[in-house]
Design a protein. Structure first.
Lengths: 109, 109
């Protein structure tokens, strides 16, 4: 048993990605952000669908159509494969703790 | 966007199961427990692997070898397919909010 809110002992300068469950077509991962954002002009454009929930901190996602989503703890979104998105803001106090499930639902059988 | 901590308007007498993402070999679901437990002498014996995290409340899981796990918010466990387990206790104040990912990792490709 482990706890999703237990932080690594060292403060982080880079975003922290921790696989929790890994299959060929599944990744459950914890992400800890401490202020990092997607670099200006860049987008996530993922091969797989992503379901992601913010469990601590606050964060802002941006989409290619200009829409913005403000996330507080407990908020979750589904991001279909190839839906371009950016992380516009992540809090560092407290750090953002994300739980993400990556899967290709079309290949999921 | 939705929030995992938003409770349904009515108080529940039965456990509440809410699919959040559904694929052929994937189910992400929210479970809300308000004191329910697995009936005496019964076990969960699931066809699929389960990764589950308790996000609110406190709960107790029991395994067939007699071991007991006390869960508090943020605690997560991986329960392989056919690992028999029971829910021995769930708090009602506050309700238990679980997030479970069911998948067959052996069939996951």
């Amino acid at each position: 048993m482990a706890n999703i809110f237990d932080l690594p002992p060292k403060l982080l300068t880079e975003e922290y990605f921790e696989p929790l469950v890994l299959g060929e077509n599944l990744l459950i991962e914890r992400i800890i952000s401490t202020g990092q954002t997607t670099p200006v002009g860049e987008w996530y454009n993922q091969e797989r669908d992503e379901w992601v929930i913010l469990l601590q901190g606050n964060a802002t996602l941006g989409y290619a159509d200009g829409s913005i989503i403000q996330l507080r703890p407990g908020d979750y979104v589904f991001i279909p494969a190839h839906q371009k998105h950016r992380v516009e803001h992540t809090s560092s106090e407290p750090p953002c703790i994300w739980l993400a499930v990556h899967v290709n639902l079309e290949r999921n059988f």
